[in-house]
Design a protein around this ligand. Sequence first.
Ligand code: ADP
Length: 162
Amino acid sequence: MASIALVPGSFDPVTLGHIDIIERAARHFDTLIVAVIRNPQKTASLFTLEERQELLGECLAHLPNIRIEFFKGLLVEFAKDHGASAIVKGLRAVSDFEYELQMAQMNQRLSGIDTFFVSTSPQYSFLSSSLVKEVARFGGDVSSMVPEVVQRRLGDRFSEDT
Ligand code: ADP
């Protein structure tokens, strides 16, 4: 049976940290579905769902076994509907661990779906979409943190604001 895993996230916007996790996870599953969520805790997103999907599509075009989909509601329901048997999450630091462990256990209890954690490459362990936005908003150099297409889009977005 083909193995299908979900990589959920807000990807607002996608960073080199996300891409690293997705590239490495893609070697272990037949199909990876990147599930772009509207996270209720992060209501004020910078990019629309469609923009985030488009950026992910450009940045992951080199990987043949990736699909990008939108997702709302319960992750385990989405997983069942799409035949996914695993969830992949990136772990940056101890601070990610407590929440991620709790989520993984809850999802396991709800559905039997297992979560696999991929440890961040050290050069990306400080990276988060929110921090990248913060730096870009004030004109900082994010070229080592996001793909070029995302860097350009951030520049355009913040120049609109000024
Ligand atoms: P962010 O916290 O950057 O807003 P998302 O909500 O889009 O990220 O996170 C999606 C997934 O990607 C989560 O599992 C998160 O831990 C992981 N992730 C985000 N940035 C990194 C990184 N730099 N290294 C490893 N994993 C990461």
